[in-house]
Design a protein around this ligand. Sequence first.
Ligand code: PMP
Ligand code: GLN
Length: 388
Amino acid sequence: MTLPTLIPASKLPNVGTTIFAIMSGLANEHDAVNLSQGFPDFLCSEKLIELVSRAMRDGKNQYAPMPGDPILRQRISQKVEKLYNLNIDPNSEITITAGGTQALFTALGAFVHPGDEVIIIEPAYDSYKPSIELFGGKAIPYALMAPDYEINWAELEKLISPATRILMFNNPQNPTGQVFSANDIAALRQIIIKHNLLLISDEVYEHLTFDGLQHESVLKYPDLYERSMVIFSFGKTYHNTGWKIGYCIAPAELTKEFRKVHQFNVFSANTPVQSAYADFMLDENEYLKLPNFYQTKRDYLLQSMHGSAFKPLVCKGSYFQLFDYSNISDMNDVEFCKWLIINHGVAAIPLSVFYTNPPDDRVIRLCFAKKEHTLRMAADRLKDIILM
Ligand code: PMP
Ligand code: GLN
């Protein structure tokens, strides 16, 4: 007789441990330079740390209001008005979350019904697909292809079926470093309106666009915003990914549903950090300087890698630079990344893990949100690897 198992069937049978935990874990184990998981290795502003400490000492240590610190929401609405010329109501259109990942999860939780199809653009941030599936939805991938990672909107539109409810869009894009243009947004807008879809626009890298490119936020397009939940992350903007604070901007009707889930997901996010960000946001220079700051890092990495056997792809934004290693090895990218850590002491992220049906490319992602010393050390090691 077989006994019934005590463990119910997995809701995510095909999901293992996220690549970020695997690669950062391996990097630590082998004392490798870690350019895999996307996080800065430099300190965030001392002033911001002081503001958090002060908020704690001032007694801001209990639950924040469910939608978030009201002053922080007000400052966000001022920023949105200034940058994107959109007037939003801080009370009914902004919700502070425990990071961008929670905001994405909550947005999907609020609107995905069993059997719904959600279009995702791959290679995609690895939380998208499992989050859709946990709510009974089906992720329908559209694949961006090397070396340009452009969207053919007519091809993407063919994926829309009567079951399609949501499209997820990420701009600037992780992991490709692609920055989509005003023409892309025009095509996106046409599709969303024509097919009556909801848009989840992941804009956590809003300030990380290079070479004079402007970020085309969905918030710049009022008739698109009407159908959108737009997600941001303070961790990316202020160099403290471990503080896990983000926010979702959405029209009142959508926010109402978003908060129904949010209140039972986390209820509210970290109080002293919200209070500190509210003060810190007054200095707009802190985010206006970011394109320059990160472009300098991208260029430093590219210069340091000059003459290596790795071929850089175009990086227009985000803090990730892709490299093609087909001149070095035939190994698949996951094996190659493990080999890199163990034999050359540098950790990278394989691109194939972000695809449902990975193309047969030899491309890895390096994070350049690092000190120059770290980038130089990684580049020196990578340059030692010679052609096949
Ligand atoms: N979206 C994308 C595209 C990301 O790269 C990340 C990475 N951190 C997130 C969302 C999540 O942000 P957070 O760290 O605030 O959860
Ligand atoms: N977004 C980060 C990256 O792409 C990692 C976030 C995470 O570890 N979940 O590297």
